[in-house]
Design a binder for this molecule. Sequence first.
Ligand code: NAG
Length: 486
Amino acid sequence: MLHLLTLFLSIMYCRALDLSLSDNKWKTYLNADNMNNGRRGQLLLSNAQSASECASACIEELGEDPTNGCTSYTFYHDDYHVSRLGGKCYGDTDGVWAPTYSSLEMPGVYGGVTSGQNDPLNYVTTCSSIDDCSANGLCSAETNTCECYPQWMGKYCGQLNFIPTNKESGLQSEDKNGRVSSWGGSVLRGEDGKYHMFAAEMSHNTGIVVWMSNSRIRHAESDDGEVFVASDITSPVWGHEPTAARAPTGEYVVFFTANFQSIPCSGSECMNGDDGNSVIDEENCLPDTQCNSYPDLLTYMIYSKDPAGPWSTPELIPTGDFGSSDTNLAPIILDDGSLIGLGRPPFIWRAKVWNDTSTYVVEEVESTVLGEDPFLYIDPHDKSILHGLSHAGGWDSRGAHSWSLDGGKTWKVHEDIASYGSLIEYTDGTTGVLTRRERPHLVLGKDGELLALTNGATLDPCTHPEYCEKDYCFTALQKLNQDPRY
Ligand SMILES: *[C@@H]1O[C@H](CO)[C@@H](O)[C@H](O)[C@H]1NC(C)=O
């Protein structure tokens, strides 16, 4: 009853507020600058008062067609840090969606900018090959336009098509001392029908800035592939950035950065956590930018037939010309037991036999993914196509997608489209701004179909560790559309 009333009132409120926005086709992103400080797009208004006024002006001036009319607007609020832009409203018709995001915490320096996309679901991309559709859809020979798979939308089918998600989704753990931070999780579906996540988790209720001294690998489980519950510890402090793969013989194989001899940064774990936030001190609780020691961050592999272990003895993964920094390695194991993995760009790992580290080779290719934190997966519609997702870099919440039609030798990317941004929409009708959104991993279903995206994320309006008092992080999960009509 209460729900119905709320729904009714919110519909009424929308109608009264702004007719052009009431159809909900806009995707609105706080703190997103899609016009690159006014260097792109057309100036539509110099003294706009609100984002919705800017959206209306964009439709009026450039047209409502989501492909050839207004495709996006950017509105700089009065308090935007570049004062000459305050109140300015820009629009464009080129379909570009690659905004930069920034901290909400320091509105004087960052923040104060809102962007909106006009109905990206109905953007029509003209194509002559599957590359024009990012291999995320087919290029129709009849219409010469892209037909995006249900999980993708927008120009080049380059944007993930999210649907509202349960607010409890992902890994948002608590123990008797309060919240437990985690920073991204790699998910595999088991024969038991359950989903198993291997996540980087911070010990002692600390947050992301002490990851160099407090990270460990956590196994969490979920029946529905959405809400995960912490189970056992896969590998204790110190280990970070796990990505897991299944071997054709059934093993769960976890690749992660680890140090089994000593704890990086200060030599010991930070014990001062406060409900998922780190309490920094100069002895043992140093942020990653002020460590006393930065040892080699090497990559190891462990495996087990049971996702709860016991695990094999960790084996060092060769890094070849890549060197000794953390590889971000994200492999998949093929049906013949061979392996291919994306590391930090532009490096690729290959192995003839996944469990024989003497067969691993590291190749430097021309390019792979943008930024860092790659994730690699096989196209569920055409097994010859490889896809990569990554964090586009820096302190930004932007994701990037790339693909390879030749088994990983060459990769393509449409740099003017972000695969995901900072916006997360919940089933209760509210939204959140993920001020950091890194470590992307897709949750894949029984047939390899794309079900959801997980990320290491922060919701608190804070990004850079130098400025963060609150550094709680969690593993966010957002579901992807499965309905072919949308
Ligand atoms: C790799 O795994 C397979 C299947 O479990 C096993 O038969 C083989 O002996 C393993 N090879 C090595 C080098 O461990």
